[in-house]
Design a protein around this ligand. Structure first.
Ligand SMILES: CC(=O)SCCNC(=O)CCNC(=O)[C@H](O)C(C)(C)COP(=O)(O)OP(=O)(O)OC[C@H]1O[C@@H](n2cnc3c(N)ncnc32)[C@H](O)[C@@H]1OP(=O)(O)O
Ligand SMILES: O=C(O)CCC(=O)C(=O)O
Ligand SMILES: [Zn+2]
Length: 435
């Protein structure tokens, strides 16, 4: 982190362009839910499946409260049949009286459903694998067995007056006819949502668009999507799913989950605020994001990645001279996100050989010194020369600037006393040396 210490804040006086947002939903995207999406936050379910995760009851409650405060729509919890503690933690979180709806996530099995509905949750997320891989090697059931099981579980949960979602695990490696048949069936019996899950992270945005759009033409209920990040598409897939008509996206803080996890909450917020800033700001307390990520990162003993959207340590740091100059004039030149939306500040990293005189002039101003543009260019050349020799820090640059400033303003030796001093212009050390 040291290289950003003490960097200068850029100005924030640049006007925002007043045209239609080219990154938002296109007017002809009539299916799009980009401006009306909801979050199913699964740090306490998918996130608990992250290799490092062990959440005590107290930590789960702290995380649940922080997620609720952030404004997520749903909080998904580990199955109550996973362990005795999982069940009592689920009950404890249900009793917190949070604004977010509380869900628990179970297998498509009556034994699990019976336990789930007794925990006090607002809804149950049911899942079962539909791909050939999972039908053969996980639960070993065929589609007609799965369908009957799903109907029984859904009707049971519905009879308890709570929400029910049915999802097919490994949707993108499942047969499309099987998928549409089972989704149509569960939609007809009144499921609240259906879910598509890219369980192995194999899908690309184009495939996501096609599947969601097709499903949208078959069911009336809302569509939820769950994307793993094995091939780095989790955020893009989530956005594309919303464009195609999905309504809800599963996320976790920092994306923690099985293997390398799922769509991260922060990364999705970055994507969505670029598309519809007003909607995102109206729903979510983005200035709480960094604390939320820190809370979870500490709980699972990982660092926030340096290149994390929004909260990565250099996410709003500008270094190269060309960038710095333009950022100082108008931050929108090189920023699609506004750091202040997240309670953060931008930095100009001027202590390096890629700097330019505009960045250095800004530093000179911050130091309350006065140099002409020509003098700023001169001192910038000195800084670059030093930056060619070794890495610089802020103190190095400040010393070069201050020495330079002293050189041009400090008399080289005390003025010689004369009888009429007022007639003498005190020569500066630099002027004398130049003579
Ligand atoms: C893709 C996902 O992330 S799905 C969510 C994953 N979440 C979890 O696994 C929650 C934590 N899991 C657990 O605590 C345990 O696995 C339990 C309590 C659910 C089950 O434990 P066990 O009974 O010991 O079974 P085990 O974990 O070895 O195997 C899974 C069992 O569930 C069955 N199963 C797997 N998926 C499903 C499903 N979606 N619906 C119904 N049954 C399923 C398997 O056939 C297997 O049953 P078996 O007893 O006939 O072998
Ligand atoms: O319930 C779901 O939709 C998703 C389950 C899951 O975690 C996955 O398939 O990766
Ligand atoms: Zn998952």
């Amino acid at each position: 982190m040291s290289e950003t210490n003490g960097q200068t804040n850029g100005s924030s006086n640049g006007a925002q362009p007043q045209q239609r947002n080219p990154y938002g939903p296109h007017p002809s995207d009539f299916l799009s839910n980009v401006s009306s999406f909801q979050l199913i936050e699964s740090t306490l379910r998918e996130g608990e499946q992250f290799a490092n995760a062990f959440f005590t009851t107290e930590k789960k409650i702290e995380i649940a409260k922080a997620l609720d405060d952030f404004g997520v729509d749903y909080i998904e919890l580990t199955s109550p049949v996973a362990s005795e503690q999982s069940r009592s933690d689920c009950e404890a979180i249900c009793k917190l009286g949070l604004k977010a709806k509380i869900l628990t996530h179970i297998r498509c099995h009556m034994d699990d459903a019976r336990v789930a509905v007794e925990t006090g949750v607002d809804g149950v997320d049911v899942v079962i694998g539909t791909s050939q891989f999972l039908r053969q090697f996980s639960h070993g059931k065929d589609m007609s067995y799965i369908t009957n099981q799903a109907i029984e579980v859904i009707e049971f949960v519905k009879s308890k007056g709570i929400e029910i979602r049915f999802s097919s695990e490994d949707s993108f490696r499942s047969d499309i006819v099987d998928l549409l048949n089972i989704y149509r069936t569960v939609d007809k019996i009144g499921v609240n949502r259906v879910g598509i899950a890219d369980t192995v992270g194999c899908a690309n945005p184009r495939q996501v668009y096609e599947l969601v759009k097709t499903l949208k033409s078959v069911v009336h209920c809302d569509i939820e999507c769950h994307f793993h990040d094995d091939t780095g598409c989790a955020i893009a897939n989530a956005y594309t799913a919303l464009e195609a008509g999905a309504k809800l996206i599963d996320v976790s803080v920092l994306g923690i989950g099985e293997r390398n996890g799922i769509t991260p909450l922060g990364g999705l917020m970055a994507r969505m605020i670029a598309a519809d800033r007003d909607y995102v700001l109206s729903k979510y307390k983005l200035h709480k994001l960094r604390d939320l990520e820190t809370l979870v990162a500490e709980a699972v003993q990982v660092n926030i990645p340096f290149n994390n959207p929004i909260t990565g340590f250099c996410a709003f740091t500008h270094k190269a001279g060309i960038h710095a100059k333009a950022i100082l004039a108008n931050p929108s030149t090189y920023e699609i996100l506004q750091p202040s939306d997240f309670g953060l500040t931008r930095y100009i990293h001027f202590a390096n050989r890629l700097t330019g005189w505009n960045a250095i002039k800004s530093r000179v101003d911050q130091l309350n010194l006065h140099l002409t543009d020509a003098q700023c260019k001169e001192v910038t050349a000195k800084i670059k020369k030093m930056g060619d020799i070794r890495p610089l820090n802020i103190d190095d640059v400040d010393s070069i600037i201050k020495d330079f400033h002293a050189d041009i303003t400090t008399p080289a030796f005390p003025p010689v006393a004369t009888n009429n001093d007022e007639d003498v212009e005190p020569a500066t050390k630099k002027q004398r040396l130049d003579q």
